[in-house]
Design a protein around this ligand. Sequence first.
Ligand code: SF4
Length: 360
Amino acid sequence: MTVGMVREALLYEGLTGGRVRCHVCQWRCVINPGRVGVCRVRQNRDGVLHTLNYGAASSVAVDPIEKKPLFHFYPGTDVFSVGGWGCNFHCRHCQNWQIACTDVPRDSQYLSPEEQVRLALDHRCDGIAWTYNEPAMWFEYTLDSAKLAHAHGLYTVYVTNGFMTPEALDAIGPWLDAWRVDVKGFSDELYQRLAQVRKWRGILEVAVRARNRWNMHVEVVTNIIPGWNDAEEQLKGIADWMVEDLGELTPWHVTRFFPMHEMQHVEPTPVSTIRHAVEIGHAAGLKFVYSGNVRGEGEDSVCYSCGRTNVRRLGYKAEVVALRGSSCSHCGAELNFRTSEAPGRRTGDDYVERAEEETP
Ligand code: SF4
């Protein structure tokens, strides 16, 4: 392991007996000397919490922003996508279990924040996304990187399970633009069965905080797994919460599941289930419900007011056809898009000012 990858962590407190409590995610692990937290990437070394994975990159790629998926956030742009190691969830259907369910390999590649930003700019990306594994796992690294990215005019994205603490969110909030959060279901039983997490509702509060306190762009993804989270009350619960707490213009992606990890025995989601989920979302009042992994269907952004297409998509290709800033260029309806010409795009300086105002 590269020496630079092991650093003292932020956001922890010392307890009696050399123990520490980590405040990066909602597990708030109490860790004895020599031991690691649930995520296995934070270790108590003699009463000092260390992150073991600062800059330890497992994967980098240039992706269309639509692949995250983010449909209302700088459509058609490329985002430099970076993944690390470890996760605080252990989902049975994890698509990236090879990097999420493991310790940091000794020979992991080190990618400094500076190098990351340089690569993003060299590849003509408009932003950086921390994705593939849970970005809060390398919170300190993403915080340093996000500051640097903003200083170079890049947008920043977390593709997250949303289980970060409010205080961790507040620490990175000034430098984070989009919160692409999974909401896997809407009951304690579902989260326990699927992700082995019981107290999951803080995910909802943090998503609302990301939007309301930090003006992040929020999109929600639900991967629908037959026999697990496809019941009416699960899907309606998510859609109703979104309308109520995030607003009816928040995009919801309902995506097909394919056999993965510990769920090889489960059949892929029927397309009819996805169509029904889309209906549930619309019936709840959501204006933008997108089908995922159903090629050629349910991907376009269509104005809820005049019915005309604003962004046309096929796979990960997006063509903006009728947007003016964040509104429909035909009828002027507000569509909740972030684009380079949408009013309110903040600069790095704005973020810093706001952080100083809002941080007690
Ligand atoms: S990040 Fe979460 S899982 Fe990891 S040590 Fe901290 S509280 Fe525990």
